[in-house]
Design a protein around this ligand. Structure first.
Ligand code: KIV
Length: 270
């Protein structure tokens, strides 16, 4: 084990300090022990066991079929490989529909090795966020494009483009922070809106397709490695230009986030 991995143990406090120092941190999805070890050793601060596993591992066309059993299995795999990154895990579709379900399912993810749970929604998840926070379970609120609601949204579209919708997202982000969320994740929103929200919140904001001004960036591992069947605008293949294989590609991503060279203009929505 290297000196770097021995001394590294990322917590929410670490992430808050990075934000307060005006620096950036890098997040990446991971679903198994092998990639969890490579990514955490490459300097990724947050490993997300995302319900994107339904699409990139299981071959579904949405995240809706992912079950709690799937999530618990993959969180336990990631925990075994992790070298000091913070492990975040998704509460999958309909796993936080009632209070008792939410508590039971969040506890299962934490027992398997998660250190923070992520749930999708706006004002309607405020009570759930408070419920979890009061019981000692950290929460990341996922806003903007929320893939679990793809059927209601009508597709994987950019959110918050009109002024009225942008204002609602900003107000709901503030509400979720007040309800106890420790992190906000913004997916596919215009960069100006992501900047306004990041500047308005005290908690770190992680972005994907949200421009360069958020506190942190996240990518889906398969997108970073260029093996996803589709390539959205906000994706960059870090493997193609790298001579040091997968660890090198992930190190390049971490460095690009920290030096603010990723995301570039071509990866942003206006
Ligand atoms: O499930 C996931 O991987 C995610 C990211 C796209 C942020 O939620």
């Amino acid at each position: 084990m290297s000196t770097q991995t021995q001394s590294r143990n990322i917590t929410l406090t670490t992430l808050q300090k990075i934000k307060e120092a005006g620096q950036k941190f890098a997040c990446l999805t991971a679903y198994d022990a092998c990639f969890a070890e490579i990514a955490s050793s490459a300097g990724v601060e947050v490993l997300l066991v995302g319900d994107s596993l339904g699409m990139v591992l299981q071959g579904h066309d949405s995240t809706l079929p992912v079950t709690m059993a799937d999530m618990v299995y993959h969180v336990a795999c990631v925990k075994r490989g992790n070298k000091g990154a913070l492990i975040m895990a998704d509460l999958p579709f309909m796993s936080y529909a009632s209070e008792s379900q939410t508590l039971e399912n969040a506890a299962s993810l934490m027992r398997a090795g998660a250190q923070i749970v992520k749930l999708e929604g706006g004002a309607w998840i405020a009570n759930t966020t408070r419920l979890l926070a009061e019981r000692g379970i950290p929460v990341c609120a996922h806003m903007g494009l929320t893939p679990q609601s793809v059927n209601r949204i009508g597709g994987f579209y950019v959110q918050g483009r009109d002024t009225e919708q942008a204002q609602v997202i900003l107000e709901e982000a503030l509400l979720l922070q007040d309800s106890g969320a420790n992190i906000l994740l913004l997916e596919c929103v215009p960069r100006t809106l992501a900047k306004t929200i990041t500047d308005s919140l005290e908690i770190p904001v992680i972005g994907i397709g949200a421009g360069p001004d958020t506190t942190a960036q996240i990518m889906v591992l398969h997108d970073l490695l260029g093996v996803s069947p589709i390539t959205p605008k906000f994706v960059k293949n870090f493997l193609v230009e790298n001579n040091n294989g997968i660890p090198g590609a992930i190190e390049s991503y971490v460095s690009a986030v920290k030096t603010e060279t990723f995301p570039a203009k071509e990866h942003c929505f206006d």
